[in-house]
Design a protein around this ligand. Structure first.
Ligand code: MN
Length: 205
């Protein structure tokens, strides 16, 4: 039997990101929502089991190689798996308030300042209509870009490498913030794991 995709460990306690993200939201989000994407991805790939040997990033980069009958399913649930696997890693309690080194200078160069980068990405995330994500990516020519995607669409599908993302599905914030998506997006900057984002940036460059 081929290996199945699994939900990665969170790496910190469900309550570690309080008060920004409450424990119950983290537990449901990680175990039930991410768990659901992984279960549905595994089920879809029963029809094309050769993809169990692929990295999820490679599947999304080559989504058009997935059989058409399961492609939308893999796009949504494989995207959900990859996006959440990234999301758990780029959050942490008590990290640095901003990046340093090469990422910091590239952010300044691209967006003018760290504050204007935060504003631009926050606006992209807040104004995404319905469910989706706000992203900081390294594009195909090695430049930083900020944008949003709907649903679980991954920047990997357009050859971009996501290094930071804000989940703006209601399941990410509704228990604590209800309809106040902007408050959630504003608060999340307090719990960014910039050390990890810098590592992803180094991998992508
Ligand atoms: Mn989510």
């Amino acid at each position: 039997m081929s290996k199945q995709f699994v939900v990665p460990e969170l790496g910190y306690a469900f309550n570690a990101l309080e008060p920004v993200i409450d424990s119950r939201t983290m537990e449901l989000h990680h175990d039930k929502h991410h768990g659901g994407y992984v279960a549905n991805l595994n089920k879809a790939l029963e029809k094309a089991p050769e993809f169990f040997d692929w990295d999820i990033h490679d599947i999304l980069r080559n989504i058009n190689q997935v059989p058409e009958s399961i492609r939308t399913n893999v796009r949504n649930n494989g995207g959900g798996h990859a996006n959440h696997a990234l999301f758990w890693q780029i959050l942490a309690p008590g990290g640095a308030k901003s990046p340093s080194g090469k990422l910091a200078s590239e952010i300044n160069l691209t967006f003018g300042s760290f504050d204007s980068f935060v504003e631009k990405l926050s606006n992209a995330a807040i104004s995404q209509f319905g469910s989706g994500w706000g992203w900081l990516v390294v594009d195909g020519s090695g430049k930083l870009q900020v944008y949003s995607t709907p649903n679980q669409d991954s920047p990997l599908m357009q050859g971009h490498f996501p290094i930071f993302g804000i989940d703006v599905w209601e399941h990410a914030y509704y228990l604590k913030y209800q309809n106040r998506r902007a408050d959630y997006v504003k608060a999340i900057w307090q719990i960014v794991n910039w050390t990890q984002v810098e590592k992803f940036y180094a991998d992508a460059s």
